[in-house]
Design a protein around this ligand. Structure first.
Ligand code: SF4
Length: 499
């Protein structure tokens, strides 16, 4: 069995479906995107820049800002981190009193400049721009239909279908055109759309992704997370509700609920991993929920040990929760290098586990001879967990009890969290005992799904848990396969990793 597991896992690691150079050593589900909008401020672009900086954890492959000055849209977008894309002279070119911005991780479409948002177009009624967080499940068939009618697409992102639908709408107001477009799509969408006069903010009826309304004096602010409101000292007004459409214009703030009512299905993985712990989403502090998950884990999977430690940083709150509940001391067993850029050159051979070691290194004096409880927020392929465990063993750890503060991930996400194809997920293929053998740990336990949901102290029916239990709250993309699979051209000139 061991050899079978090892060879399978090796093949999973090598055949990364997304073919991203850094993904072989990054065995994490990927953040998706973050959005930020400002209405009514002379320095809108600077505020958006700061907001995107706070949301950088939600996407590192591209960033963009568009602002409106007297109805004229100006934009700047680029591949890379916010600080790389927006040098001061480039930010200064984006002028206006209202605008929207986006940080991107490519969950759909290639990671090149054409897919970086906001998407900005000129159409019959002027100019408009769009930021989208989430994935649509029926984008491919809509695109096929539009192309059959003569539409020309520039990007490969699903968000471009929305902007086409807005442009074609026969409704009168910009908000009604946005609503008309969104009635035709299925899936996850937190949207900021704008024209020269207004910003329209929307959360899909199931509310997969978070969105906040804030206020800075007379200026309205929209942000994926509260940490982005905090960075500009904006007050938190309230969360945009699932299915809510908010229009902000001059002397205008309107809220509507135009979609049929639905039971919310907010992404539980936002609590597990995606959102920053200092943010509040879905009515709860992420830090508090993660600690509650850790405490629950200590109750359902106790074990005698000398110390609790985390796989930093996202697992820190859960590990602290485990330590508080168990009474076993927490210690910093790993030191994380916060200065690792995405472009470091990984040697092909010779330096084993380089990718993991450059990011995380055990503190030998802390772990040597100890029985440790290692708390992680999730396991995807299992390849990084295995390498981490190896590095701990080399430092003389006596026992490793691996505790995962979420259930086994058995399915892919179709709503904006980048998980591999399910056949590449270790828990899709193997039992907990088989995974324990593969990881070579003394014990392994996951947090049961009911305990994870209970930790939110929210309505347990109001969360999507599809990657853990296969209960997808919408039809899945295989129900919307286009008939025409014509090859699409590839534009390498703006690739993030191009030479
Ligand atoms: Fe979140 Fe998982 Fe549902 Fe995707 S499938 S929205 S990651 S809970």
């Amino acid at each position: 069995m061991r050899r079978h597991l090892d060879s399978l896992i090796a093949s999973l690691a090598d055949s990364n479906i997304n073919a991203r150079p850094d993904a072989a050593h990054s065995d994490r589900p990927r953040e998706e995107c973050g959005v930020f909008g400002v209405f009514g401020h002379e320095e809108a672009a600077t505020l958006i820049y700061l907001g995107l900086y706070a949301l950088q954890h939600r996407g590192q492959e591209g960033a963009g800002i568009v602002c409106s000055q007297d109805g004229m849209l100006t934009t700047h977008r680029g591949v890379g981190l916010v600080s790389d894309v927006f040098k001061p002279h480039k930010l200064a070119r984006v002028q206006g009193t209202h605008g929207i911005g986006h940080v991107r991780y490519s969950t759909y479409g290639m990671s090149n400049l054409k897919n970086v948002q906001p998407l900005v177009v000129d159409y019959a009624r002027g100019s408009m721009a769009l930021c989208h967080n989430g994935n649509l499940v029926n984008a491919a068939v809509i695109r096929e239909q539009l192309e059959s009618e003569g539409a020309i697409f520039q990007a490969t992102t699903d968000s471009e279908t929305i902007i086409h639908l807005i442009s074609r709408s026969r409704e009168q107001s910009f908000t009604d055109c946005v609503i008309d477009a969104l009635r035709q799509v299925i899936g996850a969408y937190t949207i900021l759309a704008m024209n020269g006069e207004e910003i329209v903010a929307v959360r899909d009826p199931l509310g997969f992704r978070p969105l906040w309304l804030g206020r800075l004096d007379e200026t309205f602010v929209l942000a994926s997370e509260t940490c982005a409101l905090d960075i500009i000292d904006a007050d938190w007004v309230r969360e945009v509700e699932p299915g809510e459409v908010i229009t902000i214009g001059r002397d205008k703030l309107e809220s509507r609920k135009p979609f049929p009512p639905a039971t919310p299905k907010q992404c539980i993985f936002e609590f597990v991993y995606v959102t920053r712990p200092d943010s509040v989403i879905f009515g709860k502090s992420v830090d508090v929920v993660r600690k509650a998950m850790g405490r629950a884990l200590a109750r359902v999977a106790p074990v005698a040990a000398d110390m609790v430690m985390a796989v930093p940083d996202s697992s820190n709150p859960a590990a602290l929760g485990y330590a508080h509940e168990s009474g076993i001391p927490f210690d910093m067993g790993f030191i994380r290098n916060h200065y690792v850029g995405r472009t470091f050159i990984e040697p092909d051979q010779g330096i084993r586990d380089f990718g993991v070691k450059i990011k995380l290194n055990p503190s030998r004096s802390t772990v040597d001879g100890k029985r440790i409880i290692l708390v992680d927020d999730s396991i995807v392929r299992g390849t990084t967990a295995k390498k981490i465990i190896k590095t701990l063993r080399r430092c003389g750890v006596r026992e490793i009890h691996y505790r995962v503060a979420s259930p086994p991930i058995i399915n892919s996400c179709h709503y904006g969290i980048d998980t591999p194809n399910r056949h590449k997920l270790i828990a899709h293929n193997f039992s907990v005992e088989e995974i324990r053998q593969f990881l070579e740990v003394d014990t392994l336990a996951y947090l049961p799904i009911e305990e994870m949901l209970r930790a939110t102290e929210g309505n347990m029916q109001h969360f999507c848990t599809a990657c853990f239990d296969n209960n997808y709250p919408t039809p899945t993309p295989d129900r919307f396969q286009p008939r025409n699979n014509a090859a699409r051209h590839i534009d390498h000139s703006t690739d993030v990793y191009g030479g």
